[in-house]
Ligand binder design. Structure first.
Ligand code: GLN
Length: 281
């Protein structure tokens, strides 16, 4: 089959569900993944033929069902690294790259420190930190064993050493014998009532366990993690969170009430309140 005809078919099938550019970007990602053909190669040879189209046509059906492209090809890029993903983990988001960037900038690369990532999912935060801060020792936990399988594999693929363990932060008060210089987390923070604004590719395919909290108690995880940090952070240790854009002020209050100092609320590139940091004094 001619690749050009296949591209036409993609637009025909997906044109009502996605924008033109998005369909093209899916198509180019998939021909690169399945046939190792780049967008430029196709532009230079519009008669380019491919034989085994079974896989890419399966992908087309899945895209029609709103399955995220990252789950279809099984990987994505985050902070310049490749991460395997499946339906047990959230697809790493660009705003989380900003959180990682912020931790890296504020961490001294010349000292040996302990970092803990709570609710690690694919391991994207923990692994990017381990890759970019040479002397740190990184620990990461998650409640989901299925997520930990993905995270461990990602650590191996990216050649970093991260200690993963299974734990539920809602009933883990302390971790004996371990104190951290930095605790970082991107816990579930989307309120049930915000579901209405979410697209079907997220809502129907990504793990709700990693996304949603009850409307009545949206800071559930933040409260538990802050309590945990009061015990398990070293003196002058730093606590970093990714947050719900609508809950910036409540997060400042939470950290204040728990005696965290030098609180910084930061916005993401879309000018939404997205990250917060506090120091334990
Ligand atoms: N930013 C993610 C989203 O909007 C949510 C991540 C989270 O709940 N921690 O889909």
């Amino acid at each position: 089959m001619k690749l050009k005809d296949l591209q036409y078919k993609f637009h025909e099938v997906l044109g009502t569900d996605y924008g033109k550019e998005e369909v093209d970007s899916f198509f180019f990602m998939l021909i690169d993944f399945y046939f190792n053909v780049s967008r430029i190669q196709l532009a230079m040879d519009s008669d380019f033929q491919v034989k085994d189209t079974e896989k890419i046509l399966e992908a087309l059906v899945l895209l029609k069902q709103q399955k995220p492209i990252q789950y279809i090809i099984g990987e994505t890029e985050f902070y310049g690294l490749t991460f395997k993903v499946n339906e047990h983990v959230l697809i790493p988001r660009p705003e989380t790259e900003e959180l990682v960037e912020c931790v890296i900038k504020q961490t001294d690369n010349n000292s040996t420190i302990n970092i803990l990532d709570i609710g690690t999912g694919s391991g994207c935060i923990a692994i990017s930190l381990a890759k970019n801060l040479e002397l740190v020792k990184v620990y990461a936990l998650d409640i989901s064993e299925d997520a930990l399988v993905v995270a461990r594999r990602n650590a191996e693929l990216n050649g970093v050493d991260v200690t993963f363990f299974k734990a539920n932060i809602l009933n883990t008060d302390v971790i004996e014998d371990l104190k951290f210089d930095v605790i970082v987390s991107n816990p579930p923070y989307v309120r049930e009532k915000e579901k209405l604004q979410m697209k079907p590719n997220v809502l129907e395919h990504e793990p709700h366990l990693a996304l949603f909290v009850k409307d009545e108690n949206p800071l559930l995880f933040y409260k538990a993690i802050t309590d945990f940090a009061k015990v398990n952070l070293k003196e002058k240790g730093k606590l970093y969170f990714e947050i719900n854009e609508y809950l910036g002020q409540s997060m400042i209050a939470l950290l204040n009430d728990n005696n965290f100092k030098n609180i910084e609320l930061k916005q993401d590139i879309f000018k939404k309140d997205r990250m917060i940091k506090g120091d334990k004094i």
